[in-house]
Structure formats: structure tokens, C-alpha cells
Design a protein around this ligand. Structure first.
Ligand code: 5GP
Ligand code: ZN
Length: 118
């Protein structure tokens, strides 16, 4: 399996070895509903390839990082809040609150967000 890390939660979701509410699939990415949503829309967009953190990106990963953002924007348009606004968040390592060490973009939308973040 492409990039599959056998002990990784999001690799298993991408490979359909664990259940999730999938909202998007393509050859390079999958997106699914977060189980602990922090907004009316809280979707995680992940590369199928296992990359642990933003610190671990290689030059070959640049295209898929762009793809994550394009998938998020498409979902925001489909859900009707693209123009009102939405947030894309990628937490990197402990101080930022990363708890799952497979790269993921949080798509948050459907409410107003504070800045600066807490
Ligand atoms: P992080 O804190 O690493 O940036 O984000 C991890 C996210 O994954 C959290 O928002 C958390 O609610 C979500 N999450 C953790 N375990 C699962 C799971 O088994 N399924 C789904 N769909 N989301 C999960
Ligand atoms: Zn993984």
C-alpha cells in the first residue's frame, strides 16, 4: 500500500482499514469529518502518503500540499461558506497541539473565528 504506515491512524483511514465519514477521495488525498468537531464544518484533509509533520516534507511533497488546500477550498464552496470565510490549520508538533502524526489540514468553517488563535 502506497506510503502506508501500519500503526498510523490516518494511514488506516485513508486505506479504509478504519471507518471514517469520508467526504472526498482522489488519488493523492482523502478528506473526512473530524470526530471532535470545533466548528459546524470540521474536516481533515490528508495526503495518502504518510508524512509525519510539516517538518518532514520533501521537495516531492510540494504538489500534494497544494492539493490539500485546493480540496479544502472546493469543500468550502460546496458547503456554502467559501465567500464568508473559513480557516485552514496545520499544527506542527507539540507546542502547536499536533496529536496525530500524519500530516493533516483542518478545514474549519461555518462560524466566525478569533484572531490571534489561542
Ligand atoms: P491535531 O491535534 O493533530 O492537529 O489534530 C488531530 C485531529 O484528529 C483532532 O481534531 C481530532 O479530533 C481528530 N481525530 C483524532 N482521532 C480521530 C479519529 O479516529 N477519527 C477522526 N475522524 N478524527 C480523529
Ligand atoms: Zn500515516
Amino acid at each position: 500500500m502506497f506510503g502506508l504506515m501500519s500503526d498510523c491512524l490516518f494511514c488506516k483511514i485513508a486505506a479504509k482499514q478504519l471507518p471514517a465519514k469520508l467526504v472526498h477521495e482522489d488519488p493523492d488525498t482523502v478528506a473526512f469529518e473530524d470526530t471532535n468537531p470545533q466548528a459546524p464544518t470540521h474536516v481533515l484533509v490528508v495526503p495518502r502518503k504518510h508524512v509525519a509533520t510539516l517538518n518532514d516534507l520533501g521537495p516531492e511533497d510540494e504538489a500534494v500540499i497544494g492539493r490539500l488546500h485546493r480540496v479544502a477550498a472546493q469543500l468550502a464552496k460546496e458547503r456554502g461558506f467559501a465567500e464568508r470565510g473559513w480557516r485552514a490549520v496545520m499544527n506542527c508538533n507539540r507546542e502547536a497541539g499536533q496529536t496525530v502524526f500524519h500530516l493533516h489540514l483542518h478545514l474549519l468553517g461555518g462560524r466566525t473565528f478569533a484572531w490571534p488563535p489561542g
